[in-house]
Design a protein around this ligand. Structure first.
Ligand code: CP
Ligand code: NVA
Length: 321
């Protein structure tokens, strides 16, 4: 499949067509098989096999307004494996929007680096970076979307289920950034997506509408409900923390409201017996997922985490290779 994403930004799952998503996932699979898995790395020429040279001499700037384990380490390691270099910019390093405007940061960084990845509070910040940068900007999580996560999740679903189209996925919990990207990505690739959440914590209406409209053309059914019975026959169960980064003050109140919106033994009984369990991590065991369920053979939560590396390497190769 030949696609050209050179110079493009990746802020939203809507930035890629179905064909482009599948092509990037093909590259991710190729890069993964070239370097072995984290459990069984190809020690003989690990870095050369992992795609070294494809971004030789290139630099990635990584702006973080929030904490991270997976995003920071997988992007930085990915860049090293591709022969490039990554620079971590901690929240206090550049004080985005306080010490300097987003516009000036985008222009200055474009003079030094080949790709900018940013994890931000407001989605408008990644949009603003992309508006003023002359190099590709990647959304490493905003309050609205987490598209890199969903590319890794899609890679994981294909590994476990062989396809995306026609798969029945259920997301249980808060209608947040991860839910948004899942809905928009699912709509693009023809995967059915049901979001089960308490009243008042639904995904943004415009996301549900957009996903529904796109789904109407790709055969993807998009549904939002507060009824856990909607998990019936699901092929994929997905959850995320009830309170996202920046919502820590609401955590206690949310714990009461969200109590039944979790992946546990009861949820597993409702879903298909071979349902894949997904969580973007970090997890709050005992809240949105229980520890025992997270360790079942059906659980692919650590495959997802590993696939962040491969999926993001593929994204960077396509945008800046
Ligand atoms: N899933 C995810 O983005 O993890 P981090 O917050 O650790 O980067
Ligand atoms: N919804 C979570 C995802 C963390 C990877 C958050 O924004 O904190």
């Amino acid at each position: 499949m030949s696609i050209d994403l050179k110079g493009r930004h990746f802020l939203s799952m809507l930035d890629l067509s179905c064909e482009e998503i599948l092509a990037v996932l093909d590259t991710a699979k190729e890069l993964k098989s070239a370097c072995g898995t984290a459990q069984a790395p190809d020690r003989s020429g690990f870095h050369s096999a992992a795609g070294s040279g494809r971004l030789a001499g290139k630099t990635l700037a990584m702006i973080f307004q929030k904490p991270s384990l997976r995003t920071r380490v997988s992007f930085e390691t990915g860049m090293t494996q591709l022969g490039g270099h990554a620079i971590y910019l901690a929240p206090t390093d550049i004080s985005l929007g306080k010490r300097e405007t987003t516009e000036d940061i985008a222009i200055v960084l474009s003079g030094y680096v080949d790709i900018i990845m940013a994890r931000v509070f407001g989605h408008d910040i990644v949009v603003d970076l992309a508006k003023h940068a002359t190099v590709p900007v990647i959304n490493g999580l905003s309050d609205y979307e987490h598209p890199c996560q969903i590319m890794a999740d899609f890679q994981t679903i294909i590994e476990r289920k062989g396809r995306l189209d026609g798969i029945k996925a259920c997301y249980i919990g808060d209608g947040n950034n991860v839910a948004h990207s899942l809905m928009l990505g699912a709509a693009r690739v023809g995967m059915h997506m049901t979001v089960v959440c308490p009243k008042g914590y639904e995904p943004k209406e415009e996301v549900t509408k957009t996903a529904g409209d796109i789904g109407g053309t790709t055969g993807s059914k998009i549904l939002v409900t507060d009824d856990m019975a909607a998990l019936g026959g699901a092929d994929v169960l997905y959850t995320d923390v009830w309170a996202s980064m920046g919502q820590e003050d609401e955590a206690e109140a949310r714990r009461k409201i969200f109590r039944k919106y979790c992946i546990d033994g009861e949820a597993m009984k409702l879903a298909d017996k071979d349902a894949v369990v997904l969580h973007c991590l970090p997890a709050h065991y005992g809240d949105e997922i229980d520890y025992a369920t997270s360790r079942l053979p059906n659980s692919a939560i650590f495959d997802q985490a590993e696939n962040r590396l491969h999926a993001q390497k593929a994204i960077m190769v396509h945008l800046a290779g």
